[in-house]
Design a protein around this ligand. Structure first.
Ligand SMILES: [Zn+2]
Length: 163
């Protein structure tokens, strides 16, 4: 069955594509993995259901990108007089994965306040509780809340002084 999908690009324009699913529709329309970063969201025309790019769609794009990188690496390997090492190929692939992860993170997120309690654990405004072996979230390299994905804002525990 063919569905119609309305793509809403970040620049405000829309585009109608058709396919058995969103991946197929994008493929048919010649929209590559790189262009999807400019996609704000897509909506299914049939029933008006709207959704962000689903995890499975993103994984599918990852696989295609992986294959592409591997092909490029293989060609470079055959062509080059100095062949790239496995580590270099691995590094390149990892760099792309990091970039994909970055693209998936919405630019603007609600900050999440992490307040230290008297035990030293951190209560999060989104309802989580997290404890580090030592130090503050920032000292442990934590930038985003592991529960809601918001940017962490730290609040130290202050002893209530009884008078
Ligand atoms: Zn949170």
């Amino acid at each position: 069955m063919t569905h119609r999908f309305m793509l809403h690009w970040r620049d405000g324009t829309t585009e109608s594509v058709a396919g058995s699913d969103i991946v197929d529709a994008c493929n048919r329309a010649g929209i590559g993995a790189g262009a999807l970063a400019a996609l704000d969201y897509w909506a299914m025309d049939d029933d008006g259901r709207e959704g962000a790019m689903s995890e499975s769609v993103l994984r599918e794009q990852d696989k295609r990108l992986d294959a592409l990188i591997q092909t490029v690496a293989d060609v470079a390997f055959k062509q080059g007089e100095t062949a790239a090492s496995d580590d270099e190929v691995e590094d390149a692939i990892n760099a792309v994965h990091e970039y994909i992860a970055e693209l998936r993170t919405p630019a603007v997120r609600e900050p999440c306040v992490w307040s230290q309690d008297e035990e030293g654990a951190w209560d999060t405004t989104c309802g989580g509780l997290f404890e580090f072996a030592d130090g503050w979230p920032s000292e442990n390299g934590a930038k985003y809340c592991c529960y809601c994905g918001g940017v962490i804002s730290e609040v130290a525990y202050v002893d209530e002084v009884e008078e």
